[in-house]
Write a protein that binds this ligand. Structure first.
Ligand code: G6P
Length: 616
């Protein structure tokens, strides 16, 4: 989704803005732009379709001086991805320029109204409409810019984060937010301000960060205290957080792609996720959200999980873990479906929001609805300080570090690890997990990072298998029980980054439809590592082989029966059934990664996808 960067201070803005855009590239975008305000008091704007490097080429050799500026990566909503529609947009008078992330729902009608007042538009975007409305409001009512922004935003329906500069105010950026994230980094003694869609462009400059809340406007003027107000012009207290962002986590760490780094980082980051929580010496699991809300959780009528994409697959695993160890009924819903279904939810329900970015618009709206109806909101989030984390009553951070590759990998294993710890800790409190099982799962959780490492060490074997599949058009993924969500996740990974059509199915459902597709051109990935239903999955495999299907099987080390009937076998270590996804998903990630690389595709920023989906 769109990314916003802004700077006002004493340094040259352009290099900070470009570096910030690079750090936001992971969000997914199709064009980019930058505006700076130089000493001559004139705005300089450059835009380019495609990557940020194209923008740098446009600006090279031209004047982009100035200590104030805003920049943007655009993910098209209203209007095609071209230079005309790229941000920053310029107002009719040429004095104001704006970048916007989000969607304005009443842009059509506002455009008509402004046209009838003589405004003309250079782009097809809703963002330009918003800018012209701000300018119109300022000119009509002769107010200062912040008041005009406030008045204009009251007329706007939709989601936005904006940053705006005025040629006549060479030290100020005005920002506002509704349903789209925006962070403000505060420099020492307010000498400079850094604006960004998330904290990553700010990392390394300052640790003091304010996350703007919905319906707030902030005036960032260098050398002066940050002013935040609500849409009724009431001053809001500035609540700056100290956020430690490890800058080294924002690079590829020697790998060719962020996705590769994130796959290979999993042993280390899962240790990090369990650190201080899985207390080895005491055999205890400490999660403050569980101890702090013990009665609410144990006494819950049911749990409802809301999420999207990969996080939804992790929720399917969470359901199985919690139902197994806590005997609490769990429903799993797509956040987008939940919020528009007039859900039966209220006091006594615990609604879990699972989200890597913590900014997914549908998930955020789903929990806002559930909260209004009296449910307790429990966040399982990666991005510290994100909107979902802040909107939750309690929760557990997965702490796997920033995930940059659009295809989620380490967040999925982090979420699964948190669910395993949560189910065990709560099951023990509730008395629904016996000591022997608790101890067995606890010990196995400690072993999981090493076992994942042993699969990663065989990446080249998986690469060799992958090379034969780059030319395929379709792939079917089958698994049962705990491996069913892994089949869904394997298929999602493949379609996201290799553009090969892929479907995940519960293996037994194959005979109710997908079996009609089986022929020699249909590769079928079977998750056949021991997971409780080995004999059954073997029968499903025979059904595919006898129809000429081309099978790739994930099996447990030492398996001989699958090897007798299948050539392409990927061995993974044995583990406890309930933790199987933490291992079996690794070959799924590697298979998709190697196939996409073999096809020469942009693994980290696949076409049309966004990392952080901040529109509904
Ligand atoms: C996007 C991303 C996916 C992610 C999904 C949910 O589609 O490309 O990788 O799984 O959003 O995002 P969240 O940040 O809420 O986990």
């Amino acid at each position: 989704m769109c990314g916003i960067v802004g700077y006002t201070g004493y340094r040259e803005a352009y290099p900070i803005l470009i570096k910030g855009l690079h750090r936001l590239e992971y969000r997914g975008y199709d064009s980019a732009g930058v505006a700076t305000l130089g000493e001559d008091g004139k705005l300089k704007i450059y835009k380019a379709v495609g990557k940020v490097v194209n923008l740098e080429q446009q600006a090279e050799g031209n004047d982009h001086s100035g200590t104030l500026g805003i920049a943007h990566t655009r993910w098209a909503t209203h209007g095609a991805p071209n230079e005309r529609n790229a941000h920053p947009h310029l107002s009719q008078s040429g004095k104001l320029t704006l970048v916007h992330n989000g969607i304005i729902e009443n842009a059509g009608i506002l455009r008509q109204q402004l046209s009838s007042k003589g405004y003309t538009f250079k782009s097809d975007t809703d963002s330009e409409v918003m800018l012209q409305l701000i300018e119109y409001t300022r000119e009509k009512h002769k107010r200062d810019l912040a008041s005009s922004v406030r008045a204009a935003l009251k007329k706007i329906i939709g989601a936005y984060a904006i940053a705006l500069i005025d040629e006549d105010s060479p030290d100020t950026i005005i920002v506002a937010r509704k349903s789209s994230p925006l962070a403000i980094g505060i420099g020492e003694n307010n000498s400079e301000y850094f604006i960004a869609s998330d904290a990553s462009p700010i990392a390394g400059y300052t640790n003091r960060i304010v996350y703007l809340e919905d319906d707030q406007i902030a005036v960032c003027r260098r050398g002066e205290e940050l002013q935040i107000m609500d849409f009724n012009a009431m001053r809001v207290e500035v609540d700056a957080k100290e956020i430690d962002l490890d800058v080294s986590m924002l690079d590829k760490g020697g790998f060719p792609h962020f996705m590769a780094r994130e796959i290979f980082d999993q042993p280390a980051v899962l240790r990090e996720c369990m650190r201080g929580r899985l207390l080895t010496a005491h055999r205890r699991i400490v999660l403050s959200a569980v101890s702090g809300h013990r009665e609410d959780l144990i006494g819950a009528r049911r749990f409802i999980m809301v999420s999207c994409g990969t996080s939804w697959h992790a929720a399917l695993i969470g359901k199985q873990l919690i139902e197994e160890y806590c005997r609490i009924p769990v429903e799993v819903a797509y956040a987008s479906e939940f919020r528009y279904s007039n859900p039966v939810v209220g006091p006594g329900d615990v609604v879990f929001a699972i989200s890597q970015s913590g900014e997914t618009a549908d998930t955020l709206s789903a929990i806002q609805l559930a909260k209004e109806r009296g449910a307790l909101i429990f966040g399982i989030v990666n991005a510290v300080g994100s909107s979902i984390a802040r909107a939750s009553d309690t929760g557990v951070y997965i702490h796997v570090g920033p995930e940059i590759g659009v295809a989620s990998t380490k967040a999925f294993t982090g979420q699964t690890t948190v669910f395993a710890m949560l189910a065990l800790a709560l099951g023990r409190e509730k008395g629904t997990v016996d000591e022997k099982t608790y101890e067995a799962v606890f010990s196995e959780l400690e072993n999981i990072p090493n076992k994942i490492q042993s699969i990663l060490d065989r990446s080249d074997e998986i690469k060799a298998i992958a090379s034969a599949y780059a030319g395929k058009r379709n792939v079917l993924y089958l698994g049962r029980g705990m491996n069913y969500p892994v089949a869904l996740e394997g298929a999602l990974k493949l379609k996201e980054i290799s553009y090969i059509h892929a479907e995940g199915y519960p293996a037994a459902e194959m005979k109710h439809g997908p079996i009609a597709l089986i022929d020699e051109d249909m590769p079928v990935v079977f998750l056949a590592n021991s997971c409780g239903q080995y004999e059954k999955i073997l029968s499903n495999m025979q059904e595919v082989i006898s129809r000429g299907g081309d099978v790739i099987a994930v099996v447990t080390e030492g398996d001989t029966r699958v090897k007798e009937i299948v050539d392409k076998v990927i061995e993974i270590p044995d583990t406890i059934d309930s933790l199987v996804p933490l291992l079996s998903v690794i070959p799924m990630q590697l298979l998709a990664y190697h196939i996409a690389v073999a096809k020469g595709l942009d693994v980290d920023q696949p076409r049309n996808l966004a990392k952080s989906v901040t529109v509904e």
